[in-house]
Design a protein around this ligand. Structure first.
Ligand SMILES: C[S@@+](CC[C@H](N)C(=O)[O-])C[C@H]1O[C@@H](n2cnc3c(N)ncnc32)[C@H](O)[C@@H]1O
Length: 247
């Protein structure tokens, strides 16, 4: 464990995030693998945009797919390269940067990372880039926080567990934005703590304009789903939507 480092997304944050949020990635990976099986899609490769510690990709690697990830944080790329030496990880400058060569059967971007794109024109850029990097029957899966969730989100929560404490402070920002502060205090054996944190701005857009942008980018079949990746019947009131987009 490194001593306290005042950098967002350092190695301590990776460890804390993984303990706190790893279950979401595990469940979603399993649901997507089930979706592929149910729809008889024989996927051989997967690219996870914003791959973090490779939590999600790990399940696809285990299922025999060739995996790749893009990341904005060098610490995450280094972490993934060490953990999965045979897979490919690329350091990028923007979420829509997909400098990875070749086409993929599956492209994912989970954990509302798409909401970190503040301008809608850049969501459109991402959708087009993804479409360009998919094989003919490829599947794009991503999730986002809806306007319902973000438009008035002001909340402070505190959770304590045996190995760490977590303080989350979320407040409504200007226009369509929310500011999220996540602080983890990781407990050491000697009773001291390692503090690590992240600050993130997330923006919301309307469900209809997101679907229209996906169609415009070339996705003919767009389904708004729940976490199980089944069509959602309550899209107007949902906090988070998982999208399955096919060409
Ligand atoms: C929620 S975590 C990743 C989770 C991962 N997909 C999984 O399920 O295992 C989000 C990651 O996105 C990265 N990130 C944030 N902004 C990014 C951007 N613009 N481009 C690429 N990666 C970004 C962060 O560094 C962080 O590691």
């Amino acid at each position: 464990m490194e001593n306290y480092v005042a950098n967002s997304f350092d190695k301590n944050y990776a460890a804390a995030w993984s303990m706190d949020q790893g279950g979401f990635s595990a469940g979603l990976a399993q649901n997507l693998l089930n979706y592929l099986k149910k729809n008889k899609i024989n996927a051989k490769s997967c690219l996870d945009i914003c791959c973090g510690t490779g939590e999600f990709l790990g399940y696809f690697a285990k299922a025999g797919l060739t995996c790749a990830g893009t990341e904005i944080a060098k610490s995450m790329v280094d972490f993934c390269k060490e953990k999965y030496p045979t897979q490919s990880f690329t350091l990028t400058k923007a979420i829509y940067d997909l400098p990875v060569k070749g086409k993929f059967d599956v492209i994912t971007c989970n954990h509302d990372m798409v909401n970190t794109i503040e301008r809608f024109v850049d969501w459109q850029k991402l959708f087009k880039e993804v479409e360009d990097h998919l094989t003919r029957d490829g599947v794009f899966m991503f999730d986002y926080y809806t306007k319902t969730k973000l438009q008035n989100w002001n909340e402070v929560t505190y959770e304590e567990s045996d190995n760490m404490d977590h303080v989350s402070a979320i407040r409504k920002g200007m226009d369509n934005k929310c500011i999220m502060n996540e602080v983890y205090y990781i407990k050491n054996d000697d009773g001291t703590y390692n503090k690590t944190f992240d600050v993130q701005v997330e923006a919301y857009f309307e469900n209809d304009e997101i679907v229209a942008a996906l169609n415009k980018a070339g996705f003919k079949h767009v389904t708004l789903c729940n976490f199980s990746l089944e069509p959602a019947t309550d899209t107007a009131t949902r906090n988070r939507i998982h999208v399955i987009a096919r060409r």
